[in-house]
Design a protein around this ligand. Structure first.
Ligand code: AMP
Ligand code: ZN
Length: 144
């Protein structure tokens, strides 16, 4: 990954970026990293983060948004091809009142169906790690 000077010690997503804890990576480039959410709202729920530690939208310098959204587009396109959901929502939380639980900017890619009952404030329910891992491989293969 090269320079990790933009990361901090005590952040779970910085630890993922440094390879200190495992993740189901689906894509990585020099500025961004994409991986599966392990408490998926629906099958195929993925996250995209910049390789820069900033806790939220307000603290992230402009230059990271272009690369991050570009990766969101690529990964969402692959999720859409593999999972074929009825739709996909992008979501990004700022602050505890918005149910932000990890304080390193991230974009959620959430496959949806009109009847899935998903609400903005979902509970974290661990997924089936074998199924998430299999889906991660398929999505990685579908990245263009
Ligand atoms: P937010 O509530 O917007 O801060 O979302 C944080 C997301 O990170 C949640 O959906 C968690 O399920 C997810 N998450 C937390 N730890 C991990 C991890 N180690 N690997 C993958 N996803 C994680
Ligand atoms: Zn971080």
């Amino acid at each position: 990954m090269g320079d990790d000077g933009h990361l901090i010690e005590d952040c779970i997503f910085c630890k993922i970026l440094r390879g200190e804890i495992p993740s189901f990576k689906v894509f990585e480039d020099d500025k961004t990293f994409a991986f599966m959410d392990i408490n998926p709202v629906n099958e195929g729920h993925a996250l995209v983060i910049p390789k820069f530690h900033a806790e939220n939208l307000y603290a992230t310098p402009d230059e990271w948004f272009g690369p991050t959204l570009s990766t969101v587009r690529r990964v969402a396109t692959a999720v859409n091809a593999v999972v074929q959901p009825e739709g996909i929502n992008l979501l990004q939380a700022n602050g505890p009142g918005a149910k932000q639980s990890v304080f390193h900017l991230h974009m959620h890619i959430i496959p949806r169906s009109a009847t899935d009952g998903a609400t903005m404030n979902w509970d974290l329910v661990p997924g089936d790690m074998d199924a998430i891992g299999e889906l991660a491989k398929k999505i990685t293969a579908a990245i263009e």
